[in-house]
Design a protein around this ligand. Structure first.
Ligand code: ADP
Ligand code: MG
Length: 466
């Protein structure tokens, strides 16, 4: 009897899949419908088993009408659909994944609470536990990105896909990316979230190719991933094979409406050596930028951090830090941590004088590294050229000299390394900066006009009389 019903259910489902094949994309069928087990068909009710809640919710949200209508057509009667979450399907489905491949220790661990907790642990292991939405301070500089990330976390794959988070170093991109992962896991503990840095991803591609494990690799990213979080995507520049793999993963996930979030310190069109079609994909969804925080936000970040460390900080100390460390939250936090460590070791009170003494070198390098841009700006306006021209490689005489002078001044007064300057001057090789500096150095000995220009620039920079 049961056998007969199971068969009927199997036939029904087979008929459904055939019908669906003509109407939905192969990706949707492979990723979402084929893994379903149709386990019963009785009294005009069809029981569908899915591997986890995430799949169930997603199917209910997107395909419930389609599934019911098509099943009714195949069945020749109007049917209702019951959903059951069956973790065993997940184990069958993820056989390529090493970690889930391990046999379950005991039958009780295969279903229910224990497994949920296990999965949560496994998947969130890569996510930094401190990086959650609650510990993120939002202000005008990051509000938009913050809201976009929350929207994505609340409704993966239905608001913005892909979400491209863009912003300078130390401004909270990794924090927000992790927060998305945590939030989704909190609401859907069984969601399969993959968080990876681009570096790790590049290595994975290399190893998959080298050890002929591309199938496993594809399974992991294309089949067994509901939410794909990739940090620092700009690092796949120039990595052709990685880009190729990423492109296909992107397409599969996107077509089957699974969420993709990437972070980058460059806008899509600024990432060098990247396939046009990828650049293009990044622009399909939403690009949200994170800017350096305003003073109020910096103060709030410091307060929050001090609170979480249970340290009482005088307002004047907080303002002193917030005023002096502007461009980078990581530095801001680092300064605070250092200050607290010193104070607790020496027992000295935390006042502004003390802060100034402890942070002298940070404050120094902060003001120096800040000035690459201000030097470029100053030099550009002094010689009446565009900043973009300083960063370009155009060889016209009227551009070459200002460019070399800008490089020279940055090297001398911004304390930046040659490679760093290379990057900040339009991704040039560090040797270009080195030879520019040498050139200006030697010209200064003979060229009085140049000497005058440089002196005047330095006067304006105010670096000679700090
Ligand atoms: P990015 O990835 O953009 O380089 P991170 O996400 O690593 O930056 O952030 C650097 C540090 O600053 C982290 O410790 C992060 O928690 C903290 N941070 C950045 N922005 C904020 C913010 N708005 N509120 C609280 N902490 C922040
Ligand atoms: Mg980061």
């Amino acid at each position: 009897m049961t056998e007969l019903m199971t068969k009927t259910a199997t036939e029904l489902w087979g008929g459904f899949l055939t019908a669906a094949a003509g109407k939905l994309s192969a990706h949707v069928i492979d990723s979402w419908l084929a893994p379903i087990r149709c386990s019963r068909y009785e009294n005009a009710t069809v029981v569908l088993e899915v591997r986890d809640q995430f799949a169930r919710d997603w199917l209910r949200d997107h395909y419930v009408d389609f599934i019911r209508d098509e099943l009714s057509l195949v069945a020749g009667e109007s049917v209702a659909v019951d959903w059951i979450v069956n973790p065993e399907l997940r184990l069958a489905d993820t056989s390529a994944d090493d970690e889930t491949h391990a046999p379950p220790e005991s039958p009780t661990e295969r279903s229910g609470v224990t497994e949920t907790v296990d999965l949560e642990k496994r998947e969130s292991r890569q996510l930094n536990s401190r990086y959650v939405f609650d510990s993120f301070v939002s202000g005008p500089s990051n509000q938009f990105a913050f809201a976009a990330c929350k929207a994505v976390a609340e409704n993966p794959a239905s608001s913005y896909n892909p979400l491209f988070l863009f912003g300078g170093v130390g401004l909270g991109k990794t924090h927000l990316l992790s927060a998305i992962g945590h939030q989704i896991l909190r609401e859907k503990p069984r969601a399969r979230i993959i968080y990876t840095s681009s570096e790790a991803f590049v290595n994975e591609v290399i190893n998959a190719v080298r050890f002929s494990k591309l199938d496993e690799f594809h399974n992991k990213y294309r089949r067994n991933c509901d939410v794909f979080l990739v940090d620092d995507i700009q690092l796949i520049a120039g990595k052709d094979r990685t880009q190729h793999e990423f492109f296909h993963i992107f397409n599969t996930l996107y077509d089957s409406q699974r969420q993709i979030v990437v972070t980058s310190d460059k806008l899509p069109h600024e990432i060098p050596d990247i396939e046009e079609r990828l650049r293009n994909r990044f622009q399909w969804g939403l690009i949200a930028d994170v800017q350096p925080p305003e003073i109020e936000t910096r103060v709030a970040i410091l307060r929050k951090k001090a609170d979480s460390e249970r340290v009482v900080l005088a307002d004047e100390v907080i303002f002193f830090l917030a005023k002096n460390i502007r461009s980078n939250v990581r530095e801001l936090e680092g300064a605070l941590v250092r200050l607290m460590a010193h104070a607790s070791l020496t027992g000295q009170p935390l006042n502004v004088d003390y802060a100034q003494a402890v942070l002298a070198d940070i404050l120094q390098s902060r003001s120096l590294s800040l000035s690459v841009e201000s030097i470029q700006k100053l030099v550009a306006s002094y010689y009446q050229v565009k900043i973009a021209d300083l960063k370009s490689s155009r060889r016209q005489r009227i551009l070459v000299r200002p460019r070399q002078v800008a490089m020279y001044l940055c090297r001398k007064h911004a304390g930046a390394s040659f490679p760093e300057l290379g990057t900040r001057f339009g991704d040039k090789d560090h040797t270009t900066i080195m030879s520019a500096c040498k050139k200006v150095d030697s010209l200064l000995k003979t060229d009085a006009a140049l000497r005058k220009e440089v002196l005047e620039l330095e006067r304006r920079l105010d670096v000679l009389n700090p």
